[in-house]
Each structure stands twice: as structure tokens, then as C-alpha cells.
Design a protein around this ligand. Structure first.
Ligand SMILES: Cc1cc2nc3c(=O)[nH]c(=O)nc-3n(C[C@H](O)[C@H](O)[C@H](O)COP(=O)(O)OP(=O)(O)OC[C@H]3O[C@@H](n4cnc5c(N)ncnc54)[C@H](O)[C@@H]3O)c2cc1C
Length: 470
């Protein structure tokens, strides 16, 4: 249990503006949530705005053994920014002053609180692209994206966040300021600490600045919508496209429940009797994009596709993508609780995983909605439920376990992009051997011997219910 006075007094010496130290009950409660559904109240929140403040706070917290939890915009779906053990929340959302584009080096140097879409918009002014585009890019921060190694639709062609990080400035749990990597495209000097920090979910170090790689912005793009009578045929078509020497930028999928939810929420003229829709995004040189668009239509004619729509203008493309964008708000409007999973399978196993998800839906009688980055094998099975209904939640948790088990049995993983956080940590031993987990724990101990930085995340605290499946 943290003694509040013990930490607020030194905090006032470290942070110049007392208005950025929040201790009111109403503030603390609102910092107890993220986009998952746990709730843990911090003892104090600091809206940090400089590296010196972060270093000073961590030095003090390490000395007093006070837990510290970094937080961006709290859009995490895995409980990452929740202060499970109380203590200090470091809020980075107000620290977004630096957003510098160097068009010759093709890099951006940014503060941790910069919003991802703002960075891409700035890069566009120079004909450049910041490729990672999580669905939350209009509200999540670069710091949060780096800590979760976020993905997104465009990652099918361009890779995930870690592929765009050249260097970081990081504060260690002891309050030391370190630099990792640099500004060059190539850098093999020593261990790659940059890649270790990326995806470490705020448990090893606190990111205070990032140098990110930018690439040329594609000259043109096209979107193709494919409508299917059968869910599994959509999955088979994805495999066919990906093995036909075409590299789409994105392939997103909506199942029938998603289509119906969108039509009930904000009608887009989608066929509610279709079992699935694929949205294929192509980008690059105009001639290549035109050619690939024609080839997708040709593939569609060989597969069981009910109908094909191709955009003829940017506004038509926006309309087609709007359907996919509306899935999350549409399903959230159905019931109070939304459990969003991101179990991921190898591409060849996409049809088998889709089939298993349908079986799970029937077996546990749950409201399961499936959509997401199907081209990466990274589906988002979402369970819509009401956490106050105990009987329903029992079936829901059984279904969640069945989804994890199915993904792992197919050679997949618990999380493709949302991270482990609090939500999946009990299942880590299903995917990793005790030796692998132990090695990860030893890395954590080497960085953070007093376990003050984002404790109670990633590692299971209790013995798992199922034995390791490999
Ligand atoms: C509607 C919706 C759509 C989404 N779509 C996607 C998607 O397509 N792809 C995807 O990958 N995710 C997606 N997400 C999940 C989420 O947006 C991402 O995980 C995002 O990267 C979190 O960013 P954030 O700024 O909100 O960070 P937070 O949620 O506040 O924190 C996330 C993690 O980062 C750590 N952290 C934050 N800042 C720092 C820092 N400066 N230094 C060290 N650690 C830090 C936190 O401790 C925590 O562990 C979606 C979420 C929602 C609600």
C-alpha cells in the first residue's frame, strides 16, 4: 500500500507545474480505466512533459519502491495502462510538442504523446508515409503504439510498428536516461535494445522520444469490396489472393454479425444476408494498382464471390472503408460489454481458424462478431455480452479460452497486436515453455530489479489451468 503523502511531496519538487499532479478522487477514478474492462485506481497521476521529470519521478519511485505505470491515451484492449498495484500513473497524452520531419533522412522525431494519425498527416506534406495505422490511430499515441508494437490494416504490406523504429530515448526504471539505436537505416552496434523496448508494454523502460522511419507515400490506391454467401469461402479467397503474386496493402474482413450491426447502427447499403465481406486495399504506381485491381476481380470470378464493387474515386473508397470503420462503434452499441480478442494464426490456417470460430460461437451460444486484419491471419473475434449476467459470462470466458486454444493449436499466437497486459497473462504458459517464460522474466529483473515499472503485467501470477500445448 502506497502512502500518498510520501510520494506527492517529492513529486512537487520534481514537477514544476503543480496543476499537472492530479490527486482528486474524480481524476484518479477516471485514470483507473482503459479500453479493456478492468478497473484499478492509481494513488496519483502526473501529466509529464519532459525527460527530466520522468527521470526524477522514476529515481524517486525506485528508491521508495512505488509502482509506476506509463499511459498514453488508454486505448489499450489488454489492460496495459491500468495501475494494477496503484502508485503513480505517468500520463504522456499532454506531451506532444515535438513532431519534426526530416525529409532527406526520411525520419520523424516525435514526443511520446504525439497522436499517430497526426504524424502520418505531417509526413504526407513531404510526400512521405508513416505506415503503421492501428484502427485507433486518430486517438492513440506513438508511445502507446511503440510499447504495444501495434499493427493495423496497412501492416499486411508494410509491417508493424517495430519495423519503423530507428531509435529511442528511454528512461530506465532506475531513472537513467539512455539512447537506443539512432537515425541510420542500418545499425548493428551491440544488442538491439530498440526492438526489446518496442512491444515491452511499458514494463522495461519509459519512452520519451522516438526516431521513426518514413517511406515514400504511394502515388495511387484502389479499394475492392468482395461480398460472399459463405464465411469460409471469404477466408479461402484471402489465401488465393495472397498466393497470386499480388501484394495488397490491406485485406480486411467483416462477418455477417458485423455487417448486420453496421446496418442497424448507420446503414451503408451492405447486404445483411451476406456471410462475409472482404475489403482489399491496393496501393503503389497507378499502372500496377490498375493491373492488380483487375486481377483481384479475375480471382473473384474464379472463387465463390457473390458480387464485386470497385471504387471509382477517393470519395467512393472512403465510403467502402466507412463500413469497416463503423464495426467497432456498431457492435459496442449492442450490449454493455465488448471483449476484443486478437488471436492470430499463420496465413495458411485462416480458413481453419474461421471454421473453429463458427463452431465456438455455436457451442457456447455467444454473440460473437468476427472482423479484422484477415490478410495477416489477425482476426478480431469480439464477444458482445453483459458483464452483470453471471451465467452469460461463464460461457463467455469458456469461449475466450476456446479461441486462444484454437489459435495456439493452429500454430498461432495469443496476441497479434493488442499485447498481453492483464487480460491474457494467465494464458502465457499455453504458448511459451517454462524456459522461455523464465528467460523473459530474467530480462525484466535485469532492467527493473525492484519491479516498480508496470508491475502485474505480461507474466502469469497463478498456475495456468491448461498444460502447455507445444
Ligand atoms: C477502437 C480501437 C481500435 C484499435 N485498433 C487497433 C489496431 O488496429 N491495431 C492495434 O495494434 N491496436 C489497436 N487498438 C489498441 C490500442 O489502440 C493500441 O494498443 C495503442 O497502441 C494504444 O495506444 P495508447 O496511446 O492508447 O496507449 P495506452 O493504452 O495508454 O498504453 C498502452 C501500453 O503502452 C504503455 N505506454 C504508453 N506510453 C508509454 C511510454 N511513453 N513509454 C512506455 N510505455 C508506454 C502503457 O503502459 C501500456 O502498457 C485499438 C483500440 C481501440 C479502442
Amino acid at each position: 500500500m502506497v502512502q500518498k503523502e510520501k510520494i506527492t511531496e517529492p513529486l512537487h519538487r520534481i514537477v514544476s507545474d503543480p496543476g499537472r499532479i492530479l490527486t482528486k478522487e474524480t481524476d484518479l477514478v477516471s485514470y483507473g480505466y482503459d479500453a479493456s474492462f478492468g478497473f484499478y485506481k492509481p494513488d496519483v497521476v502526473v501529466q509529464v512533459k519532459s525527460e527530466e521529470e520522468v527521470a526524477g519521478i522514476l529515481k524517486m519511485a525506485n528508491k521508495l519502491r512505488v509502482p509506476v505505470t506509463p499511459r498514453g491515451q488508454a486505448s489499450s484492449l489488454s489492460g496495459g495502462p491500468l495501475p494494477v498495484e496503484g502508485g503513480i500513473v505517468l500520463d504522456f497524452s499532454q506531451w506532444r510538442e515535438k513532431l519534426v520531419i526530416d525529409s532527406e533522412d526520411m525520419v520523424a522525431v516525435v514526443s511520446p504523446g504525439v497522436i499517430t494519425a497526426d504524424l502520418d498527416q505531417e509526413a504526407a506534406k513531404y510526400g512521405l508515409l508513416y505506415a503503421p495505422d492501428p484502427g485507433s490511430s486518430h486517438f492513440s499515441t506513438i508511445g502507446g503504439n511503440l510499447a504495444e508494437n501495434s499493427g493495423g490494416p496497412r501492416c499486411l504490406k508494410y509491417g508493424v510498428t517495430k519495423d519503423y523504429v530507428l531509435g529511442l530515448r528511454v528512461v530506465s526504471p532506475q531513472g537513467e536516461i539512455i539512447r537506443t539505436g539512432g537515425r541510420t537505416v542500418k545499425n548493428v552496434t551491440g544488442y538491439d535494445l530498440t526492438k526489446l523496448i518496442v512491444g515491452s508494454e511499458g514494463t522495461l523502460g519509459v519512452i520519451t522520444e522516438a526516431t521513426l522511419r518514413l517511406i515514400p507515400r504511394p502515388l495511387s490506391s484502389h479499394t475492392v469490396m468482395l461480398i460472399f454467401d459463405h464465411f469460409v469461402e471469404a477466408a479461402e479467397t484471402v489465401t488465393k489472393i495472397l498466393t497470386s503474386r499480388i501484394q495488397p496493402a490491406k485485406i480486411e474482413m467483416m462477418d455477417q454479425a458485423s455487417i448486420q450491426a453496421v446496418e442497424a447502427f448507420k446503414p451503408q447499403g451492405l447486404p445483411v444476408d451476406a456471410e462475409a465481406i472482404l475489403l482489399v486495399g491496393l496501393d503503389g504506381h497507378p499502372a500496377a494498382v490498375a493491373d492488380d485491381t483487375a486481377r483481384i476481380s479475375e480471382i473473384a470470378s474464379q472463387m465463390h464471390v457473390r458480387s464485386v464493387r470497385v471504387d471509382h474515386s477517393e470519395s467512393e473508397a472512403r465510403e467502402l472503408w466507412m463500413a469497416r470503420k463503423l464495426v467497432s462503434p456498431a457492435i459496442a452499441a449492442k450490449k454493455p460489454t465488448k471483449i476484443s480478442e486478437d488471436a492470430t494464426v499463420p496465413r495458411s490456417k485462416i480458413p481453419a481458424f474461421c471454421k473453429k470460430l463458427q463452431d465456438i460461437k455455436k457451442k457456447y451460444q455467444i454473440d460473437l462478431v468476427v472482423f479484422g486484419h484477415i490478410g495477416d491471419g489477425n482476426l478480431h473475434p469480439n464477444i458482445i455480452c453483459d458483464k452483470r449476467d453471471r451465467e452469460e459470462m461463464k460461457r463467455v470466458w469458456q469461449a475466450v479460452e476456446a479461441i486462444f486454444k484454437a489459435a495456439i493449436e493452429l500454430g498461432g499466437t495469443l496476441s497479434g497486436e493488442h499485447g498481453i497486459g492483464t487480460m491474457k497473462r494467465a494464458y502465457m504458459p499455453w504458448e511459451l515453455t517454462p524456459q522461455e517464460l523464465d528467460l523473459m522474466k530474467r530480462i525484466k529483473t535485469a532492467w527493473d530489479p525492484n519491479n516498480i515499472l508496470n508491475p502485474s503485467k505480461i507474466f502469469p501470477s497463478v498456475r495456468p489451468k491448461l498444460v502447455h500445448s507445444r
